[in-house]
Design a protein around this ligand. Sequence first.
Ligand code: ZN
Length: 286
Amino acid sequence: MGSRHWICGLCLAVFLFARVGEAQWRDPKLIAGQVGFNIAVSFVGKMVVHHEPPGRAFKQALKEGSVSGLLAHTGYTIAGRNPNYALVGKTLVQKSSLTTRRSINGLPVFDDTFYSHWELTHSFVHFKWDGSPHVQLDAINAAFSAYYLFSPDQYAFDARRSLLSGSVVFVNHDPPPGLRGYYVPGVIWIDTSRDDAQWVLSHEIVHSLQSERGSAIKEWHYENIRFNWLVFASGVPAFLAGWPEHDTRWHEIEADEYAGSERLRSTETRANSGGASTPRAVRRRR
Ligand SMILES: [Zn+2]
């Protein structure tokens, strides 16, 4: 099947999902962001890393990056709207990164590997299928998980949400006012009561998808350990939470829009805006 069929098929799928009625499916900003990112990464990678002529690189990047971007958009929307299906969304998002990485390296994208190669990082475990299963330890997520597991204080481990969200989830059932939640690689903290936790969880799950974005560019493996170093460039909003204008940064806007949390957030006062990703370190200093 030609790549044009893939693009038409995915466009149709996105269009059909859009009929379901959730605004995220057909949000042109979100789609353009995903498609633009993957086309740009593929194009630059092809030229810089593999010295392909710009004309050919752009043509290929346009086709492969578009499909990759639509896969990512589908995954982000599923995970943002339905935290219980976050693993499905995350699998599509990681499929998008895998597709763009193959595109950069000049490997075929629209062949059998489109069905047979999949990856999924659940908390600190990285699964890969490429005809046979591979399990690796995600080193960076494991380091963060270990650090936070040994400092649980008022948080309770939430097994169900941990299983379904793809990150280790801790919930604070009695949080101080203004706190909501935050994400560090592999771990989600929710500072909220049970009833209104869903949009906070969705927002943080989107951050966990963003943290996989860098692996579209490159990832490193050593023995049975995976190093997704670019997590630091693309997906650790907690590190940026103390920066000014936290809520207007692009990764926050994207997380809000996919999770549908923008409207809810705007009903809170600025005084309460500790940020949906306020890191524990910052809070402890207060
Ligand atoms: Zn956030």
